[in-house]
Design a binder for this molecule. Sequence first.
Ligand code: FMN
Length: 335
Amino acid sequence: MSTTSPAGRAAVAELAEHANQRERLAWYADMARWAPSKHNSQPWCFEIRDGRLELASDPQRALRVTDPVGREMVISLGAAVHVATVAMRSRGYEPTLRLLPDGRVRLAEGAPREVRDDDRLLCREISRRRTDRGPLDASGLSRSLPFLLQSAASAYGVTLRLVTAEGDRRSLAALVERADRLLVQQHGVDDELRPWLRDARDARSDGVPASHTRGAAASYRAEFVQRDFSTGTSAPGQDRPGRDAAMVGVLCTAGDTSADWLAAGQALSSVLLRASTSGAHASYLNQPLELPALRAELQRDLLLPGPPQVVLRLGVGGPVAPPPRRPVQDVLRYG
Ligand SMILES: Cc1cc2nc3c(=O)[nH]c(=O)nc-3n(C[C@H](O)[C@H](O)[C@H](O)COP(=O)(O)O)c2cc1C
């Protein structure tokens, strides 16, 4: 028989609930680490305080040469925020989000909600989603997928403009190639990328495995030039045979503020997880977005409804091992 008073039992129950909530919040942070980020820089830090999870950019991981205003850093943060909300829904809580004036995002468990099959499905994709720079084939994907992806983006006020006309694809390809050359020639770009390249025996928990590339030669023969992540000693593991007929889309926002970038990151993660439920991988054609004149040209040429934030290829690819992530204890602290 328990000797604890009713008040004591209530306190214990509250403590247990609190402990469970802390565990859940830690798990949401754990899952958020699997969001995509530029150069796998994982430019975020998380904190649990007052029963909430706060997510913030980590300026020490900024890529100031190609992302001087932190636009892509905030997009990466937005993707992490989205992944945390997907994890939260799968545990039966409606996420409530608050953007704080200093750019932190405060995520709290809102009302309990029924866990739907779709919540579980999306949560399962967090660890299965892959960036794949090799040939991607969209021809076998369901005909409804483009609409599902567009509505995934529009839930965040972001437009996913699909690039379908031959002429538009050619214009985009030419612009990406031009941007890729200009970036390679631009002072500091190579020096910024090199510290994030990881050869096979490099066990660091961030950066891009140097095999996760198509290689410059194969990439320049393909429809779209991909950013090259090779080192002098690596083999381009994503240079494989296969049909290369990707769906191509551009995520566009209404404005170009940090709130727009955060929404773009949430939309990006939502599109990627939804695509992953159909077995599709993704890769990025973001080179023109890192050169203001070419970014404006892209918006003009493709008659985009607003500033382009991310350019994506989507389709079924090959096997890709998960790139590394920093351990949760390195990114999460308790306030
Ligand atoms: C904002 C942003 C920009 C990115 N830009 C590029 C890019 O230009 N080229 C590229 O190949 N991958 C790009 N990526 C993909 C990252 O390299 C990738 O997410 C990271 O290496 C981790 O791999 P994963 O997505 O398979 O987990 C970008 C990702 C984000 C979120």
